[in-house]
Design a protein. Structure first.
Length: 150
């Protein structure tokens, strides 16, 4: 169970999620895609054809600051690990937010480590459950060696 006993006694903001910090300046959402329902259908030929390779959406201004162009291989990481996928620039996001839609098979990711490498398994407040969208991360242009080891 999560730390429900630490809940404020009255409705208030309660910082119970991972928040961006200097080492991890981005919030990462691993949101469902249209063709995959989390890991369901992520290996059917029709769903794979519609979704294509794993991508991470990021705001163009964030990408420009980091020298990342649309279609570049990028590595995302946090204290749990790293994964490499393709950048997809999208100005419909708030700055500081990354969205990796769907749960592609690990083998579809550059290097073979999927997006769940970055998500925690700890029970979250107030009474447990999974923290699918409460992840902090850093992002950088992928090293050439990461891309050539696919």
């Amino acid at each position: 169970m999560g730390p429900w006993e630490k809940m404020p006694s009255l409705p208030d903001h309660w910082t119970i999620i991972e928040e961006a910090d200097e080492a991890h300046p981005f919030r990462l959402a691993t949101s469902p895609s249209r063709s995959f329902l989390n890991s369901s259908f992520n290996e059917t030929p029709s769903s794979l054809a519609r979704e294509g390779a794993p991508t991470v959406m990021m705001h163009p201004a964030d990408a420009a600051t980091l020298g990342i162009a649309d279609g570049d291989a990028v590595t995302l990481g946090n204290t749990r690990g790293e994964t490499t996928l393709t950048a997809k620039l999208f100005d419909g996001l708030c700055r500081g937010v990354l969205v990796a839609e769907s749960i592609h098979p690990n083998s579809a990711h550059i290097g073979g480590r999927g997006i769940n490498t970055l998500t925690g398994a700890e029970a979250v407040a107030p009474v447990g459950g999974a923290a699918f969208h409460d992840n902090k991360a850093w992002v950088k242009k992928a090293a050439p060696s990461a891309v050539s080891n696919t």
